[in-house]
Design a protein. Structure first.
Length: 424
């Protein structure tokens, strides 16, 4: 069977790497892909949000299943597009339809959903420019730090956590009145700050049953010791040591089950991944956010730990018999460290030649922001490469990743040397 993966990052390379291991898969195509996917699959120069171009590729390459990596095509309705087209409607899409994608596409919708279905989360209110003053008054009722979230998609930049009340009021006005994040911040969610340790739990569901995938923790800040600007993720580990069976059982009972049942009650037929960002507050889970796809770089530590045939699981999602599918996970610990371009997450250059990749023996190299030019692999983004290792202990896995990184070089390469520092 031929499969199409939409996306161009480390997450999509990890999907490709896992799916080509399935005996049921004939060929994997990636749109648009990167230098890493090109080595093990076939890249197609198609934008994941150009649905007509995707249709052309699906028909031309006899695609029989589509896996959607990033959130933008899901929020824009790629699954609905397939269902509405006579030539495409029989082809399964792994990823929710537009109504389900609102869990990530609208912070206001997702918070309403959580409150409605009694899923533990922070108290909140939503505001627009029409009730800006009420928003400022609501901020006065909260204790710092103040959390402001743009309602819509803002490329991972729409969340502000501020210690100053005056600054929070000023930023609220910038967001709703001056469109700091464009249309995404025409509505802003203000919520109480959740204290605790953050982690992510991933669920794959066919809309009826589900499989809980390995837990993971990522490191967002650019600087060591979790300092500096937020990024798309500088590294990740899986499993999370403090997320023991007792805690994960609470997550399942208090969060996962009510989420799946809530979608059913609301008439939302959801087939795909649910990323649940959680706060562990003294052993009690509280939901920070939902995403409607796998995280990046968490995918680069979660998928390598799954022993089962990933395509077989996707077939279970497509045919709504996921509960019949075998699912097993290795006990080994996975770590990934992200190599980024100098200057990221602010201004950075592209086009630097990457060397040493052929010397990596102990790790899996997942490409994120790379492309090929004249036979060489060059940088093509802020986050460039994720170096993933598996071992019996967290320290051994980290040591393997950092040993592999010593072999890789490109101009102004940067990375955090303390991934897992709070867990070792």
């Amino acid at each position: 069977m031929n499969i199409l993966i939409l996306g161009a990052g480390g997450r999509e390379h990890a999907f490709t790497h896992k799916l080509i291991q399935s005996k049921k898969v004939t060929q994997v195509f990636v749109a648009p892909g990167n230098a890493g996917t090109q080595k093990i699959a076939t890249n197609i120069d198609v934008n994941p949000t150009d649905f007509e171009a995707i249709k052309g590729a699906v028909l031309a390459y006899k695609i029989k299943m589509v896996i959607v990596g990033p959130e933008a095509p899901l929020v824009a309705g790629v699954h609905d597009f397939f269902l509405a087209d006579d030539q495409l409607k029989s082809i399964p899409v792994i990823g929710p339809k537009k109504d389900g994608a609102l869990l990530e596409g609208s912070k206001d919708f997702s918070k309403e959903f959580m409150i409605k279905h009694k899923i533990p989360t922070a108290q909140y209110q939503s505001f627009t420019k029409n009730n800006l003053q009420e928003g400022k008054l609501f901020l006065e009722t909260l204790q710092p730090p103040y959390v402001l979230k743009a309602d819509g998609l803002a490329a991972g930049k729409g969340v502000l956590i501020l210690d100053s009340l005056d600054e929070a009021k000023a930023e609220l006005e910038e967001m709703v009145s001056n469109q700091k994040f464009g249309d995404a911040s025409s509505t802003v969610v203000i919520e109480e700050f959740l204290k605790g340790i953050e982690l992510s739990v991933f669920v794959l569901t066919d809309g009826i049953s589900y499989k809980i995938l390995p837990s993971a923790k990522d490191y967002k800040r650019i600087g060591e010791g979790d300092k500096g600007l937020n990024t798309g993720g500088m590294g990740a580990i899986s499993p999370v040591p403090f997320a023991d069976n007792a805690f994960l059982k609470k997550v399942e009972e208090l969060v996962v089950k009510p989420t799946i049942l809530g979608l059913q009650k609301d008439g939302i037929e959801y087939r795909g991944f649910i990323f649940i960002g959680l706060m562990n507050d003294n052993g009690n889970p509280s939901v920070v956010e939902y995403n409607v796809r796998m995280g990046d770089p968490e995918t680069e530590v979660v998928l390598p730990r799954i022993d089962s045939d990933l395509f077989d699981l996707f077939e279970g999602v497509a045919h709504q018999n996921l509960h019949e599918k075998e699912f097993s996970v290795t006990a080994k610990i996975a770590t990934t460290v992200m190599l980024v371009s100098g200057g990221y997450p602010e201004a950075y250059n592209k086009g630097a030649k990457i060397t040493g990749l052929e010397n990596i023996q102990e790790s899996i190299v997942f490409h994120a922001g790379t492309t090929e030019k004249d036979g060489a692999v060059i940088t093509n983004g802020g986050r460039v490469i994720a170096v993933t290792s598996l071992a019996d202990t967290l320290q051994e896995a980290l040591d393997a990743s950092y040993k592999s990184i010593d072999e890789i070089h490109f101009e102004k390469m940067n990375y955090r040397k303390d991934i897992g520092f709070d867990l070792v």
